[in-house]
Write a protein that binds this ligand. Sequence first.
Ligand SMILES: CC(C)(COP(=O)(O)OP(=O)(O)OC[C@H]1O[C@@H](n2cnc3c(N)ncnc32)[C@H](O)[C@@H]1OP(=O)(O)O)[C@@H](O)C(=O)NCCC(=O)NCCS
Length: 249
Amino acid sequence: MLVARAHLSFADCQPRPRRHGRCRGQGRLAKIILGDRPAQTERFLGKPGLGRISGPNATNPRDLTMPQLRCQIEQLEPPGTEGDLRSLGELLLDAVDSGAAVSFLSTLSRAAAEGWWRRTLAGSDARAIFLIARDDQGIAGSVQLHPAWAPNQPHRAEVAKLLVHRRARRAGLGAELMHAVERSARGAGFGLLTLDAKGGGAADRLYRRLGWTCAGTVPGFAFDPDGTTLHDAVIFYKPLSMPITASGV
Ligand SMILES: CC(C)(COP(=O)(O)OP(=O)(O)OC[C@H]1O[C@@H](n2cnc3c(N)ncnc32)[C@H](O)[C@@H]1OP(=O)(O)O)[C@@H](O)C(=O)NCCC(=O)NCCS
């Protein structure tokens, strides 16, 4: 059953003033359409200084050149098609190859990556939610929501395996997947989300930026994919009792 469907497209846009009056240097406009509702929000995504071309006109926003990223975020119904399982396996392998701390070591094979997705999708709780972002090359990103198993935590779910393929990173897709999974969680009646991330990494920064609260750090929690370097884990939570807008908290 499709519970959330979003079309995400980015187009180069002029910098917009931030709330406190400063201008962001570069960004793209994201139009999000949920279900059959019309465009409900336009959100400026960007980071000062990134994506600028060099040269004499570099400060002119019309000269900014960034490739367009067009993705569609949708809910994947378990067990998933063979094509999607292949694409998800590639997504996981890409994350591990990039050095990401996502449970696996660099010895992960393609077959093992696909097998992990197959088992995860097939064995998931009926209330679990798998969101994927498709681009013209396949699945460019994903995120999962798993309800807490404990009978005394029916309101809690764990966000897991936020993955964005390297070809689509730093364009706001990770943030959009998080917004989408929060909306899905709220729609499914969850009131509290938890997750953990490698301390100091891109995901750690992203979650803080999206309003997640850091509950603490566990030193030496897991190894990097190299199997030798230990890293810390940061535990985050986010209550969903406060309404969030499509553009985040
Ligand atoms: C963590 C991860 C999901 C982030 O995905 P992403 O799509 O790159 O995320 P975003 O684009 O929303 O944000 C990432 C950065 O891009 C920047 N960015 C966002 N939109 C941008 C734009 N239009 N132009 C330039 N930069 C932009 C953000 O400000 C952010 O910068 P920061 O890292 O300095 O804070 C991705 O790096 C990934 O898949 N990593 C490997 C797997 C992993 O570690 N997962 C987390 C498990 S807990």
